[in-house]
Design a protein. Structure first.
Length: 272
């Protein structure tokens, strides 16, 4: 018999906690909402597309969880303030914020990129993370507890060829800013009980990211996916569902001493 106690996996539970996920209507945000609910959290599913936010909320309820859907444009100050009010009116607290909403544009090279595409992507991916974080911090400071998880990208850690998916300089720069902003939040608010980490996903296919910007044929997509596999040590792309464990870990007390980290979830893409 071991003289040491067994570890309790209850550390990963989020029972009684309130979690807000932006961009929860589809793709990774939908996975994050279901994952948090599976760990016991009540989920606020927020998206610019209210119908899709409600669809995710309904999926959470079907899992036996509690969820509310809210319409938000994360790039708009008033809209973000209204989302924050809705959360506090409904639950009176907020424990977890997942800044997931994000977009990509056509993968133009820098000298050909329309300035509007730079501004549009950064308005959602960078300004959106700033606005949502700014809005929720006072409540988390009052609680002296909170976990913020920002969704960066491997494209925010190093340059990526324009031939691969919808990755262009506006997207990479926005995700680099998200990585650094996450460290800044961790440093500024650590002594107020607030942790902030970022996940930098590699290629997780099956979401809508960059879909409108990438009018590719099936053959083009197959060729691109083959290239992605060849550049990934695990020789495949990720399944969005594979991100669930890392997200719940970072949200939970299992990560109570983890802050200011940018964790690549990428099949080894950044390990070369
Ligand atoms: N899928 C991947 O491989 C991958 C890799 C790295 C990073 N990411 C990041 O993960 C996040 C989710 O991406 P995804 O692949 O699930 O994309 P997705 O397009 O499937 O989902 C994005 C969601 O965000 C919502 N949204 C867009 N603009 C918004 C706004 N202004 N306000 C509120 N909601 C808005 C959309 O309606 C959609 O529901 C993004 O930040 C993306 O950059 C994804």
């Amino acid at each position: 018999m071991s003289q040491y106690p067994a570890f309790s996996l209850d550390l990963f539970r989020l029972d009684g906690q309130i979690a807000l996920v932006t961009g929860a209507g589809c793709g990774l945000g939908n996975v994050f909402a279901r994952a948090l609910a599976s760990a016991g959290a009540t989920v606020v599913s927020a998206d610019i597309n209210l119908a899709s936010a409600e669809q995710t909320a309904e999926e959470v309820r079907l899992l036996g969880g509690k969820a509310l859907s809210v319409e938000v444009d994360v790039s708009d100050v008033d809209s973000v303030a209204a989302m924050n009010r809705a959360v506090l009116q409904a639950y009176g607290r907020l424990d977890i914020l997942v800044n997931n909403a994000g977009i990509a544009s056509p993968a133009d090279r820098i000298h050909e990129m329309p300035v509007e595409d730079w501004d549009r992507v950064n308005a959602v991916n960078t300004r959106g993370v700033f606005l949502c974080t700014k809005a929720v911090l006072p409540q988390m400071m009052a609680q002296k507890k909170g976990s913020i998880i920002n969704i960066s990208s491997v494209a925010g850690l190093a340059g990526v060829s324009n031939d691969l998916s919808a990755v262009a300089a506006n997207y990479s720069a926005s995700k680099g800013a998200v990585a650094t902003l996450s460290k800044q939040i961790a440093v500024e608010y650590g002594n107020e009980g607030i942790r902030c980490n970022a996940i930098a996903p590699g290629w997780h296919l099956g979401t809508q990211l960059g879909r409108e910007a990438l009018p590719l044929s099936e053959a083009d997509i197959a060729a691109m996916v083959e290239k992605l596999h060849g550049l990934t040590p695990l020789n495949r792309t990720g399944d969005p569902e594979e991100l669930a464990g890392l997200l719940v870990y970072l949200a939970s007390d299992a990560a109570s001493f983890m802050t200011g980290q940018v964790i690549a979830h990428d099949g080894g893409w950044t390990a070369w």
